[in-house]
Design a protein. Structure first.
Length: 126
């Protein structure tokens, strides 16, 4: 798979985080980018676009990330979903992994880590 074939859904209530993702991913050549500002909208976008990979914030209004994760898993049990959060307690990490998160990314993180995860999980040619 090549970067231009990848589709990414970013679900985060922070406009700043969504903008950083957009800059990082566009710079890497990813053109199919979808964004949502809360968990509810994220699940709708997930249904609509079936993205290659999802970056899902944990703490959000309307529908928390953990609930959105459960719903996304019910829609597609094989989806690649990376939870992102500033909370790094072992209990939270274990819970989201148990619920089917592919990986847990702790904020703050380097943009290069996002691209590394895409390459790792989707076997993308760098």
């Amino acid at each position: 798979m090549k970067m231009q074939d990848v589709s990414v859904l970013v679900v985060d209530d922070s406009e700043h985080i969504r903008a950083l993702f957009m800059m990082t991913l566009k710079k890497a050549g990813i053109q199919k980018l979808y964004f949502a500002g809360d968990g509810e909208e994220g699940v709708e976008q997930f249904k609509k676009y079936s993205p290659s990979i999802v970056f899902l914030d944990n703490m959000m209004p309307k529908l928390p990330g953990i609930e959105a994760l459960k719903q996304m898993r019910a829609i597609n049990p094989n989806a690649l979903i990376i939870m992102i959060s500033a909370v790094s307690s072992i209990e939270v990490v274990q819970e989201v992994k148990r619920l089917g998160a592919s990986h847990y990314l702790v904020k703050p993180y380097m943009p290069s880590k996002v691209l590394e995860l895409i390459q790792k999980f989707l076997n993308v040619e760098g």
